[in-house]
Ligand binder design. Sequence first.
Ligand SMILES: Cc1cc2nc3c(=O)[nH]c(=O)nc-3n(C[C@H](O)[C@H](O)[C@H](O)COP(=O)(O)OP(=O)(O)OC[C@H]3O[C@@H](n4cnc5c(N)ncnc54)[C@H](O)[C@@H]3O)c2cc1C
Ligand code: FES
Length: 325
Amino acid sequence: MSHATTQKGIFAATVLANRQIGECFWRMDLEFTGDGALAFAEFRPGQFLQIDVSRLGLPPEDRIPPHLRDACRRNVILRRPFSFADVTAEPGRTTAELLYCVLGPASLRLTTLAAGDSASIIGPLGNGFSMPANKRLALLVAGGMGLPPIRCLAKHLPVDCPEVETIAFVGAKSIDALPFEGDLGEIPAEVGPFIPAFAKLGVSVAVATDDGSAGYWGLVTDRLTRWLDEQKGWSPQGTILYACGPEPMLAAVARIAGQRGIDCQVSMERRMACGVGLCQSCAVECRPAAPLRVGMEGSQETVYKLCCQDGPVFDAKTVVFGENK
Ligand SMILES: Cc1cc2nc3c(=O)[nH]c(=O)nc-3n(C[C@H](O)[C@H](O)[C@H](O)COP(=O)(O)OP(=O)(O)OC[C@H]3O[C@@H](n4cnc5c(N)ncnc54)[C@H](O)[C@@H]3O)c2cc1C
Ligand code: FES
């Protein structure tokens, strides 16, 4: 996976808006000017930023979810990683949209940021997705919190590679967990322009929910398999899969890709302390692209790569997922 060429740094961003969307997600819009605007204008879908929340307080008691009341009180010293859901570059000004879920002390503190506040950001970080070469079809698979970088990719693929048809498979617990504004109405199980945020990009979507409240009732990977089985005259060599979501979902997508001979890039998540390759806290076990030593062809030896620097996007063939250990 090639590395992005952008110049990363520490930048101050201004919060433009920060509000809850649906049951799970919050959306924060950030504005960068000066050097930050230049650095983030050069970003690549799949890259991420690290945000400092160490000076943020907690929201009022009635806005703290009961299950976080004890855990949220601990100080948050380390920055936290979040993907870009969208980036828009204009002369002298770059805006970035984050979509984040409240899981613990840091993400809860993020909800206290309001329009006009300043935030310290390190980025853009990581390698990002590689654009497809010689492909006709890109299948994007997102599960739960993995939606933001996939949404970002869905915006950039049709612009950078207009010859590639893009279809997104979006999995969520329920329709209320999808971070889309406005009434989505009844979303059928088919592939179609059912999510306006994707439709306006020319990207059709298949939705799968755990509770059947929208789209296909079941796992997004089952929906993907069913769709692949239905295709006639379709070329695996001309297709690429991109995925971000919980690790079991990524393992399933990697398996589907491997069985069918489809190239596949997965965006991995790890707990990250530094985000810039110093602390080694974000190791991802991988198979080496070439034997580590002469005469070791066919060996099961593995190497550890850093999710923050070598990733977060990896060739799915190289990742040793937990279930394969
Ligand atoms: C490259 C990268 C990109 C990311 N992009 C996004 C994004 O766009 N939107 C978003 O909402 N989150 C994203 N995350 C996850 C986000 O960084 C964590 O949710 C956040 O750090 C949690 O911090 P916290 O202090 O609120 O909770 P913590 O106290 O750190 O964690 C609270 C609970 O959530 C669990 N948890 C923490 N991280 C994850 C995770 N990645 N997946 C599942 N469970 C987790 C912990 O095990 C713990 O049980 C990304 C992570 C990485 C590595
Ligand atoms: S987070 Fe420190 S090395 Fe990756």
